[in-house]
Ligand binder design. Sequence first.
Ligand code: KG4
Ligand code: ZN
Length: 331
Amino acid sequence: MFVLGIETSCDETSASIVADGRKVLSNVTVSSVRQHRKYGGVIPEIAFRMQLETIAQVTEAAIEEAGIRKPQIGLVCVTQTPGLLGSLLVGVSFAQALGQSLEVPVLGVNHILSHIYAGYLQDRALRLPFAGLIVSGGHTSLYAVKDFDRIELLGSTQDDACGESFDKVAKIIGLGYPGGPEVEKAARQGDRRAYRFSCSNTARPFDFSYSGIKTAVLYHVRKATRNGARKLSRKEVCDIAASFQENALEVLVAKSVAACRATRLRSLVVGGGVAANNRLREMAQERCQEEGIKVYFPSKPLCMDNAAMVAGFGYQLFKKGATAGILKAVS
Ligand code: KG4
Ligand code: ZN
């Protein structure tokens, strides 16, 4: 079955054709990130205006690239929640209109859970059940994926998301937006042991907290610059980035390994924007190998917001029948 996926939850407009939930025939994504850069964060009005302008073209391009014709599409899957309201509305309205005209069902899927699917989409060796760590700009959560309609939440962030803390720390130390890739780049030239910044402990073992570590960096910078009276040197910026990144990522790896142990799961899938971080990939591979856990990272385009994961995950849910609250038949 050819499934069309549509994703417009934040600043990306993405459309993809996936065959039978596993074969990505196309995955076309455009981003409005450049327009948000000067504001240091996503401006919802700018995001959804661009999505409104590009969604039809992006979808046409995805269908053309896949080498299929529109009537061959058997199902439309669209990100329904969570995300920016205006952006979600653009995707959902477009998907519903298209589904209605093609007379095929339209499935609304959960954005975070579809990130888990990105790893499954890519690696045919991966089998259910597995643990899923989703680390993005809005979410930091651990799941036990028993089946695609039986995903149990093990823990999530109690305050800031991990990606959000990268974005905030980047701003504090004068790096650009989005902060994750900028912090990673600076960290490569820094000393990870230069400073000690730590994530706060959480009452439950698989929850996360990233607000404390960001505040620790803020206080350190205020003190070091005498409240902005002097600028941080490049070395200081790189050392802060490396020290922050090390602890922020160490916590993700330690909790994921502990969750795998507690649930006796032997495979771990990491997804979401932060999964693009090379240091995280390195640390997770190393720790998981020691523990006998197989770790799966999607390719970088599949870590970021994309419609292929939406099409693939939606297909699995569709195969399982009408899951109440998720399946939205148009007619
Ligand atoms: O999944 P995503 O594209 O969008 C959301 O659903 O949030 O994730 C975006 C987040 C941003 O906070 C960004 O700074 C972070 O992922 N990110 C990274 C890296 N690349 C993107 N964080 C750390 N290292 C990276 N290389
Ligand atoms: Zn996302």
